[in-house]
Design a protein around this ligand. Structure first.
Ligand SMILES: C[S@@+](CC[C@H](N)C(=O)[O-])C[C@H]1O[C@@H](n2cnc3c(N)ncnc32)[C@H](O)[C@@H]1O
Length: 254
């Protein structure tokens, strides 16, 4: 049986956890264990059907990329939520993976859904606390997560300490703006959460620019604006993620 390993104080994030869950419920994003096991495939009448199709594309791209890197990688999935992608990475790559999140109830639902997945570990913890071993992961996945951190540089430096020399961080499914676009994006976010009834959620959602990451020399491994991506979109007539996948690597010999 898979249990959630508590490595941070479980009361620390209680307020933000409760708010996040209320928001997810209001958005229709809290899924049963059966539905979680089917992700990224959702029912045709799921309100987020199109978004899940783009997430399926991201998962497939990450898996294809990591498959070409090395056999049986050891992966950290930061902000794994209920761990659908973490479980998928383990299965498809014959990998071992740690999903970490500071939302206990998301992790508990994940443990219920993915208890049969060998090689999967779920940790409740704050990534900035010593909850996982440094220099120990081949890759850290940051999927739909960067927007929940106010300071991406501090986060990326922390994650670089967690990957092995020669390892990498993969950022996906996060909007990255041009600096001048950020005020409008922040206003749209506030309007969205206000309409949903939770304006305070906007304080937990941050808008970052690609330029904010330039000190880490990110390499774009999927560019939604590239000609091939655009051709793929029109040939397959499926929604593709509008967000890039970026790779930030830790040098073998610093
Ligand atoms: C939108 S969810 C992403 C879920 C998942 N990665 C996916 O692809 O569906 C963002 C997650 O980041 C988690 N998170 C935010 N700050 C964190 C922190 N300091 N340490 C660990 N997890 C964090 C949140 O609790 C939330 O579950």
């Amino acid at each position: 049986m898979l249990t959630v390993d508590l490595r941070s104080d479980p009361t620390r994030f209680a307020d933000s956890e409760a708010l996040y869950l209320e928001v997810r419920r209001a958005e229709g994003r809290v899924l049963s264990p059966e539905a979680l096991r089917k992700l990224p495939v959702v029912a045709a009448d799921d309100p987020h059907d199109r978004e899940w199709q783009t997430r399926a594309g991201t998962a497939a791209r990450l898996i294809g990329y990591l498959r070409g890197r090395q056999p049986h990688p050891h992966i950290l999935d930061l902000g794994c939520g209920p761990g659908w992608m973490t479980a998928r990475l383990v299965r498809e790559l014959d990998a071992t993976a740690v999903g970490i999140d500071c939302n206990r109830s998301e992790l508990e639902r994940g443990a219920e859904a993915f208890g049969a997945v060998e090689g999967l570990e779920l940790i409740y913890g704050d990534i900035f606390e010593p909850v996982v071993e440094e220099n120990s992961f081949d890759a850290v996945i940051v999927a739909s997560v960067l927007q929940y951190f106010s300071d991406p540089q501090t986060l990326l430096n922390r994650l670089l300490d967690l990957v092995k020399p020669g390892g990498e961080i993969l950022l996906a499914d996060t909007p990255l703006y041009r600096c001048e676009e950020i005020p409008d994006a922040a206003e749209r976010t506030l309007n969205y959460y206000t309409k949903l009834g939770f304006p305070q959620m906007a304080d937990h959602y941050h808008h970052h620019a690609l330029d904010d990451l330039s000190a880490f020399s990110p390499e774009i491994i999927y560019d939604p604006r590239a000609v091939l991506s655009r051709i793929g979109r029109s040939v397959f007539r499926r929604p593709f993620s509008p967000f890039p996948i970026l790779r930030i690597s830790r040098p073998e010999n610093p």
